[in-house]
Design a binder for this molecule. Structure first.
Ligand SMILES: Nc1ncnc2c1ncn2[C@@H]1O[C@H](COP(=O)(O)OP(=O)(O)O)[C@@H](O)[C@H]1O
Ligand SMILES: [Mg+2]
Length: 247
């Protein structure tokens, strides 16, 4: 009798031949990727490569032109945003999109009340205040008074309220000082250790490769390289283009 093959980890998210366009602009041109349950997978690539467009299509913010998206085997292609969230896809958008003139609490309530029963929402908010104590301490203050790093934590908390099956992070380190970038990556790792599956888009390729299991490189709307993150970090092409030359 031959030994049974070792089963591969279950693909939670599967994207097949995804195309996204804005009028005549072909932003994503046939991208296929997968994210296995419990993993951090990163998508790196230069500005304008189409990274945000992929996440936007997953989150229902732009309709895909073509292709298929499956989550846990179910077809979630082109769901509108509220149904994408209900299906388990939660996006932390580029630039965070915090409502600065509302309190931290109001930001969370607004994001959560469409999705959860009031009592469940209160419990979910407490859970996030425990995770990010600074948000709990400052819950009645305006979100705009938070530092950039704290606003990013609020954006994470808002996305996590929905208890997503997969968390889609779009450039969480953007615009932050190096020490805050470090803190943000630590927060991502902590969320992951609690069992979250994460698709991480980043321009900080070095840190993204360091915390992820698998990586894809996107250029001009197409994948040009993929592999285990440790392996890609050693790849001369990646070092040249994304890690500032040889180490
Ligand atoms: N709302 C939009 N309308 C028109 N073109 C867009 C829009 N959003 C993005 N694009 C274009 O699509 C391409 C990919 O952009 P984007 O997905 O934001 O890339 P990345 O996130 O990798 O920087 C770029 O050429 C960009 O100019
Ligand atoms: Mg982007």
């Amino acid at each position: 009798m031959t030994a049974a093959p070792v089963p591969a980890a279950l693909p939670l998210l599967e994207i097949e031949e995804l195309h996204v366009a804005y009028g005549q602009v072909q932003a994503v041109r046939g991208v296929s990727l997968r994210v296995e349950e419990g993993r951090i997978v990163t998508l790196i690539g230069p500005n304008g490569a189409g990274k945000s467009s992929i996440l936007s299509a997953l989150a229902g913010l732009v309709p895909p032109r073509a292709g298929r998206v499956r989550l846990g085997g179910a077809d979630v292609t082109g769901l509108p945003a509220h149904r994408a969230v209900a299906a388990g896809l939660s996006l932390v958008p580029e630039g965070r999109a915090i409502l600065g003139r509302m309190t931290i609490e109001e930001n969370l309530v607004l994001a959560g009340e469409k999705r959860r029963e009031r009592s469940a929402l209160a419990a979910a908010m407490e859970e996030q205040y425990r995770r990010f104590p600074i948000l709990g301490e400052r819950r009645r203050e305006l979100a705009g008074s938070l530092s950039g790093g704290q606003q990013q934590m609020l954006a994470f908390a808002r996305a996590l309220l929905a208890r997503p099956r997969i968390l889609l992070l779009d450039e969480p380190s953007m615009g932050l000082s190096p020490i805050l970038v470090q803190q943000i990556f630590e927060a991502v790792e902590a969320i992951h250790r609690e069992g979250a599956t994460i698709l991480l888009v980043e321009q900080n390729a070095r840190l993204a490769l360091a915390i992820s299991d698998y990586a894809y490189v996107l250029e001009h709307g197409k994948l040009v390289l993929e592999g285990p993150s440790g392996q890609l970090a050693e790849d001369p092409r990646v070092q040249q283009a994304y890690l500032g030359g040889a180490r």
